[in-house]
Design a protein around this ligand. Structure first.
Ligand code: GLU
Length: 418
């Protein structure tokens, strides 16, 4: 492994290929993204100067359906990272068996240092630059790190202006008023909650005695923390880019949520609560808890800290938080890891509901959304769990075995064109 994050994604695929005796011809096809696009994104900044950002959109696979995946704005975005994230989207959609391939997009920029107008202009220009490969039946963006319903509204509007009609199905994670789905904003965190509950049920754990630490208090982490808190779990640690807080007796999650509603960039910095200790992000990962939910970025649990992890269970809210080396260490230590492609699939599952509603122009109520989400998450969990028991492999390997088998079978049946 040469160290890049896409190499990590390939290593995961290669390991699983052996386990399922994957046809080497199919394996070769699945090791490469179908299409990679890199674009320049010039933006007129508020002070009048022009900044040229770099954006990417990678379509990893369209074998099982239109390419699907989020758009991330972050100062560390690289093509290598976007390729890895696009590969993971492919396996994610296959694990939960929704009719999509995988894609991902990203722009290398620091939106926390930009004005809203600058981000809006960046979004519109980036959208136009990648528009030749987008489309509601071809490749459908969604939110990811540092993008939101607002960003998706701008993307949808840009695409719609060029098509001369409101193209609802072109983007998911949109505002409700633009054909967005009820429950979509919370869906990734809600999915993490469903998956965590299912695991705790299998392990016969009592919810009121379960302690949880959550790294990342954004769209995924905050919702997962809140819903697990509402189910009776004790959330003892939370953190974000500004640092974190720990209280072995359990944090006051409603109070934290109230705080981040109005704090700068909705961050935890400056939060105060009696009996609460400050912890760094690194310390948060090592807390003595039952469930650890890394819900920030890639590469958090590595060979450096895996040995020191005390959590019994890890549910990956983020994409790619655990390296393959760390996976081996955790497995040896008996830590059960519910992999990203399963644990955080709730977002894309609800994106699928949104897209179906847009295409049918018929909208569901929130119960229908959450019940269907629950059903798909629990079914997918049980399928992965069964393979894990039968084949005596960890949950990531089992999830990949299901996913890669589905993609490979679809590819076999389609055949290689021409
Ligand atoms: N960005 C989310 C993910 O990583 C959602 C993608 C989508 O809804 O298309 O799964």
């Amino acid at each position: 492994m040469s160290g890049g994050i896409f190499d990590m994604a390939l290593k995961q695929l290669d390991d699983v290929a052996k386990k399922i005796n994957l046809d080497p011809n199919i394996h070769a096809v699945l090791r490469q993204p179908e299409r990679e696009l890199t674009v320049a994104v010039p933006v007129e900044m508020d002070d009048g100067h022009i900044e040229v950002f770099t954006g990417h959109r990678v379509q990893y696979s369209s074998v099982r359906g239109p390419c699907k995946g989020g758009i991330r704005y972050h100062q560390d975005v690289t093509l290598d990272e976007v390729k890895a994230l696009a590969a993971w989207m492919t396996w994610k959609c296959a694990v939960v068996n929704i009719p999509y391939g995988g894609a991902k997009g990203g722009v290398r920029c620091d939106p926390l240092k930009m004005s809203k107008e600058e981000v809006r202009r960046l979004t519109r220009r980036y959208t136009v630059m990648i528009m030749p490969i987008l489309g509601g039946r071809r490749d459908i963006p969604a939110p990811d790190v540092n993008t939101s319903a607002e960003t998706m509204g701008w993307m949808m509007d840009t695409i719609s202006m060029f098509e001369g009609r409101a193209v609802l199905e072109s983007v998911t994670g949109k505002p409700i008023e633009l054909g967005g789905s009820l429950g979509r904003r919370e869906a990734t965190g809600r999915g993490v909650m469903f998956i965590t509950l299912q695991l705790l049920k299998k392990m016969r754990c009592d919810l009121s005695e379960t302690t949880v630490a959550v790294q990342g208090y954004g769209n995924v982490g905050s919702v997962a923390a809140t819903l697990l808190y509402e189910k009776g779990c004790k959330i003892v640690g939370v953190s974000d880019v500004t640092g974190g807080f720990y209280n072995p007796k359990g944090l006051n999650i409603p109070k934290i949520n109230e705080y981040v509603k109005t704090s700068k960039n909705n961050l935890l910095e400056g939060y105060k609560e009696d009996g609460v200790e400050s912890v760094s992000n690194e310390e948060l990962l090592l807390l003595d808890v039952d469930v650890l939910i890394p819900a920030a970025l890639e590469n958090q649990i590595t060979e450096r800290n895996a040995l020191k992890i005390k959590a019994k269970f890890i549910a990956e809210g983020a994409n790619g938080p655990t390296t393959p080396e760390a996976d081996r260490i955790l497995e040896t230590n008996g830590v059960i890891v519910i992999p990203d492609v399963l644990a955080n699939a709730g977002g894309v599952v609800c994106s699928y509901f949104e897209w179906v509603q847009d295409i049918q122009a018929y909208f569901w109520d929130i119960n229908q959304i959450n019940e269907n989400l629950d059903k798909i998450m629990v079914k997918s969990f049980d399928e992965v769990w069964a393979v894990s028991k039968e084949r005596k492999v960890d949950m990531r390997t089992a999830a990949y075995m299901n996913a890669v088998t589905r993609v490979a079978n679809a590819l076999k049946q389609r055949g290689i064109f021409p």
